[in-house]
Every structure is written in C-alpha cells, then in structure tokens.
Design a protein around this ligand. Structure first.
Ligand code: NDP
Length: 283
C-alpha cells in the first residue's frame, strides 16, 4: 500500500494559551479514528494575528480555534461567517468550505449539547445568566435559538449587560432583561436554568464564588458553570447543596471540541473518548 506521510494541520491561536487543554482532546480523537491530523497550540499576540491566519492558509490548515484575545479580531481576516457567528459577533472556530475560511462559533452549541446530554430541554425555559462576556453571549444566543423563552442578564458592567439583553431581544424571539449586579445579586425565582458565565471560580482562584444570594437557588433549577478547571466549582457545590441539578463546564468544552472536530475532518467525533481525555487531563 502507498504510504502518505502528509499531516493535516489544525490548532488554536491565542495568548495566553499555555493552560488550554483542547489539543489533548482533539489529538486523542484523531488517534482514535486513525486520522493523520495534528492540533498545534500556538501563542499568537494581537499584532501577529493577521500573519498567523495567513500562515494557516499557506500551510493548508483544515481549520483552527481562536481564543482570547482573537475571537472578534479575527473576523476581518476570514472569507465569511456562519449565521451563528454573525449573531454572536465572535468566532471560536474556523473551518474550510470550498477553499474559503469560514468563521463559526461553537461555544454556545457545546453548552446546549451538554444540557441535552444531562436531559435538560430549553424550549419555553427562563435562563438567568451571570456575566455578559463572550461565553455568556454565545450561550444566550444558542439557548434562544434552541427555544428558551426569556433571559435575565446579571452583569456588573451595565453597558455590556444591556448590550447583551438588547441583542437577544432584537435578534431572537426570546425576551431579555438586564438586572444590575451590585453587591450580592438576588436570583429571579422563575429561573429554570442559572448559568455562571463569568470566570469567577477558575483555578487558581477556585474558592471564589459569584456574589449571589445562594438561598435563592431551589431544587427546581438547573445550575450550570462555564468554568471547567476545576470541573466541580464551589458555585456548583453550593447549588447542589440546595437540591439543584448541576451541569459542569466539561461537557460544554468537550461538546464544542467535538463539533470543531467534525467541521475539520468531516466525520463524527468520538465524543466519549474526547470527554474521557479531557477529564484525565484536568484531574
Ligand atoms: P470575558 O472576558 O469575555 O467575560 C468575562 C465576564 O465575567 C464579564 O461579563 C465580566 O463582567 C465577568 N466577571 C469577571 N469577574 C467577575 C467578578 N468578580 N464578578 C462578577 N462578574 C465578573 O470572558 P469569556 O466570556 O471569554 O470567558 C468567561 C469564562 O468562560 C472563562 O472562565 C472561560 O474559561 C470560560 N469558558 C468556558 C468554555 C467551556 O467550553 N466550558 C468556553 C469558553 C469560555 P464585567 O462585564 O462586569 O466585567
């Protein structure tokens, strides 16, 4: 049989990226299906982004991820955006279609998949989001597209909070309200799904918790965290103590990694292998 030593390139561009475990997850999945693909984790500063994207094109990359601080900055260097990336206004994944580099956003889709895998549906639900940054925005837009009916956006910065609430209201069928976050925030009692969409609780500050009234959490709520390191955050532990069903950030990370894998390779991702690789890596 003829041998072919040519590898297909994928990876991530960001700064910082040293702690990003996605490469381990994607490489485990490439190996599992015997694909000669590589995922390279590259530290690329903001001034080098344009050259880095040109470099990816020159090397014939099958696609790549963008992380901080490039999710918005990359847009001018791409050929087109998917509807979701346009709606969210940020790109976390680039894939190639008919030779063109297309920007997509799979963060929110990964979150919706993690909820579905936990048996939680979104149709008609009220979502309360803590935070209004990139992850929060992607999650809200995808949850709205998946049928959530109302959103409460709780954020310290009023500008970012109202911008997100207005974007949901204007661009989706869901309703949305901005609730200021001063001191310790109450949680609306009609909340079905409460999400920590902030970076509070991320290692090395794993003892920190979002400043909310924890007594407001009840057993009728599903409580989720975007923070995946550690997987069991203090926020989720507090919610579980009050009887809430909890969903950690690992499912979202593995979910978006699986979607990216399929966009790059054209085959179904070995999701269980990817989730197990991620769990091993973060333990
Ligand atoms: P951004 O910088 O875009 O947004 C951060 C948000 O957190 C802002 O709304 C900010 O509020 C809020 N915030 C920060 N500190 C505090 C605090 N002390 N109290 C209250 N709010 C606070 O970050 P991202 O949205 O890109 O990332 C957020 C988190 O999501 C990170 O931990 C990241 O690792 C995680 N993530 C997880 C993914 C997964 O697959 N599980 C995927 C993508 C991200 P303000 O606007 O007021 O400053």
């Amino acid at each position: 049989m003829d041998k072919n030593y040519r590898a297909e390139l994928t990876g991530v561009l960001g700064d910082p990226v040293d702690d990003n475990p996605t490469g381990v997850v994607e490489e485990a999945a490439f190996a599992a299906l015997g694909l000669n693909y590589r995922y390279i984790t590259c530290r690329v500063g903001i001034n080098a982004l344009e050259d880095a994207v040109k470099g990816m094109r020159a090397l014939g990359a099958r696609g790549f991820n963008l992380t901080m601080p490039h999710k918005i900055a990359v847009i001018p260097y791409l050929d087109d955006l998917t509807e979701a990336a346009r709606l969210i206004g940020a790109v976390n994944t680039v894939f190639v279609k008919d030779g063109r580099y297309i920007g997509e956003n799979t963060d929110g889709k990964g979150f919706v998949r993690a909820l579905r895998d936990a048996g939680i549906t979104l149709a008609g639900k009220t979502v309360t989001m803590l935070g209004a940054g990139g992850a929060a925005r992607a999650i809200c837009m995808e949850c709205a597209l998946a049928g959530a009916k109302a959103f409460n956006i709780i954020n310290r910065d009023a500008g970012r909070g109202t911008t997100l609430a207005e974007a949901i209201h204007l661009r989706t069928k869901a309703s949305a309200a901005y609730l200021p976050w001063q001191g310790t925030a109450p949680i609306p009692q009609d909340t079905d799904i409460l999400v920590n969409g902030t970076c509070v609780g991320l290692r090395p500050h794993q003892d920190d918790m979002p400043a909310i009234i924890y007594a407001d959490i009840h057993s009728g709520m599903t409580v989720c965290d975007v923070v995946f390191n550690p997987a069991q955050t203090a926020f989720l532990t507090e919610a579980a103590l009050r009887g809430a069903c909890t969903v950690n950030g690992l499912g979202m990370l593995a979910g978006q990694a699986a979607l990216n894998y399929t966009l790059w390779t054209g085959v179904d991702a070995p999701f269980d292998i990817m989730k197990a690789a991620l769990k091993r890596e973060l333990e």
